[in-house]
Design a protein around this ligand. Structure first.
Ligand code: TRP
Length: 332
C-alpha cells in the first residue's frame, strides 16, 4: 500500500470563525482527510500570545472541536487534538528558537500588525509565534500545510528553519509545502469587499460568523455593500461587492457562479441579498444544531481529545527524540 502523505493544519480557538474560515479552511479539510494522513490541532498555545479570558478559552476550545466534528471532520480518519496536550510543541519550539534570528521575527508582517494592535502587550510569545508554528508542522514531518494567504510568510519561515536545521546536522525534518486553496475560496468583507472577511474585524457587520443566528445573518446580508449599478454580474474588478455575494451564494447554495448569475439575471439587489442570506442561514442551521448536540456530550469530546493527544504525542515524540539526539542532549 502506498504510504499516505502527511498534512498538518491548525486553528486558534479564539474569535468566532466566519463563513470565510469555513469555506477557506474547514470545508477543504473534508476532502483532504480522505487522501492524507491529517493532523488538525486547536492552537491554544498560539492563542495566549494575546490576552485571553481563561474560562472563555476553555469553552472555545471545546466549541471548536465540536464544530470540526459537526462539519464532518472525522476523528476516526484524522488526528484531532489540542496543542497544549502534546508537550513536544513547546519543547521543539525551544530548540528551534536557537535556529531563528531575532531580526527575521521582527520583520514578520503579522508580528508588526499585532504589536501595533496590542501595543500594551508585545510579549515574547507574540514574537515567537512563527517558531511555535514551525514546531507544530515539523514535529509531524508534514509534507503539506493548507493555509490561507495570511500564513504564507509563516510557512516560509518554517521551511527556512527546517532547512537550516537539516543543513546544520543531517536531514531531520521534512520541508513542508503550503497548499494554498484556490477554488472560489476567498470570501471578502460584506462592508468592505476589498478586504478579506476577518474574524477579528472592527466592523462586525462585515463578517458573518458561524455562530450567527438566522436573523443576524439575513440582516448582515441586507446591509452588504454593493454598487450604484443594478446588474448582478461577476466582475470582481468593477463590482467587488456583488461578486463577493455571488461567490458566497454559489458556495452555500451549491451552484456555480454562472448558474447564480443566471438565476438573478434581471432581479434587484434587495432580492438578491435576501436570497444570499437565506442560502447561508439554511446551510448553517443544521451545522449549528449538530455542533450544539456534540457540545453537550462532554465524554465524547474528551475521548476524541484523549486519543488524539496520544496519537499526536507518539509521532511528535519520535521527531523530538531525533532532534535531541542530534543537538547533543544526553539521553538516559
Ligand atoms: N497561525 C495559524 C492561523 O492563525 C494557526 C496555526 C497554528 C497553524 N499552527 C499552525 C496553521 C500550523 C498551520 C500549521 O491561521
Amino acid at each position: 500500500m502506498e504510504e499516505r502523505k502527511t498534512l498538518y493544519s491548525a486553528i486558534q480557538p479564539t474569535n468566532n470563525l466566519t463563513i470565510g474560515n469555513y469555506v477557506g479552511a474547514i470545508k477543504n479539510w473534508l476532502n483532504l482527510q480522505e487522501n492524507y494522513d491529517c493532523y488538525f490541532s486547536i492552537a491554544n498555545m498560539h492563542a495566549i500570545t494575546v490576552r485571553q479570558d481563561p474560562a472563555e478559552l476553555r469553552k472555545k476550545t471545546l466549541a471548536l472541536l465540536a464544530l470540526y466534528v459537526a462539519c464532518g471532520i472525522d476523528p476516526e480518519k484524522c488526528c484531532l487534538y489540542v496543542q497544549s496536550h502534546v508537550s513536544a510543541h513547546a519543547e521543539l519550539c525551544w530548540v528551534l528558537n536557537t535556529f531563528t534570528y531575532v531580526g527575521e521575527m521582527e520583520r514578520m508582517t503579522q508580528f508588526k500588525d499585532k504589536s501595533a494592535r496590542h501595543a500594551e502587550n508585545v510579549n515574547m510569545g507574540l514574537m515567537d509565534y512563527p517558531v511555535l508554528m514551525a514546531a507544530d508542522i515539523l514535529l509531524y514531518q508534514a509534507q503539506y500545510v493548507p493555509v490561507g494567504e495570511d500564513q504564507r510568510q509563516h510557512l516560509e519561515i518554517a521551511r527556512d528553519i527546517a532547512q537550516r536545521f537539516n543543513n546544520a546536522f543531517s536531514p531531520t525534518f521534512t520541508v513542508p509545502e503550503g497548499l494554498f486553496m484556490k477554488v472560489g475560496a476567498k470570501i471578502n468583507d460584506l462592508q468592505d469587499p476589498s478586504k478579506k472577511m476577518s474574524k477579528s474585524v472592527e466592523n462586525p457587520n462585515g463578517s458573518v460568523f458561524l455562530s450567527d443566528d438566522r436573523d443576524t445573518i439575513i440582516r448582515k446580508f441586507k446591509r452588504a455593500v454593493t454598487d450604484s449599478q443594478s446588474t448582478i454580474r461577476f466582475d470582481p474588478e468593477n463590482k467587488p461587492g456583488v461578486s463577493n455575494l455571488l461567490t458566497i451564494y454559489s458556495v452555500f447554495a451549491d451552484k456555480s457562479v454562472e448558474e447564480a448569475e443566471a438565476e438573478f439575471d434581471g432581479r434587484g439587489y434587495g432580492e438578491f441579498k435576501a436570497a444570499v442570506g437565506e442560502a447561508v442561514a439554511d446551510k448553517l442551521a443544521p451545522l449549528q444544531a449538530e455542533q450544539a448536540r456534540i457540545l453537550a456530550d462532554r465524554q465524547y469530546l474528551d475521548s476524541i481529545l484523549k486519543s488524539g493527544a496520544e496519537r499526536a504525542a507518539r509521532t511528535a515524540g519520535k521527531t523530538l527524540f531525533k532532534v535531541y539526539k542530534k543537538i547533543g542532549f544526553y539521553q538516559i
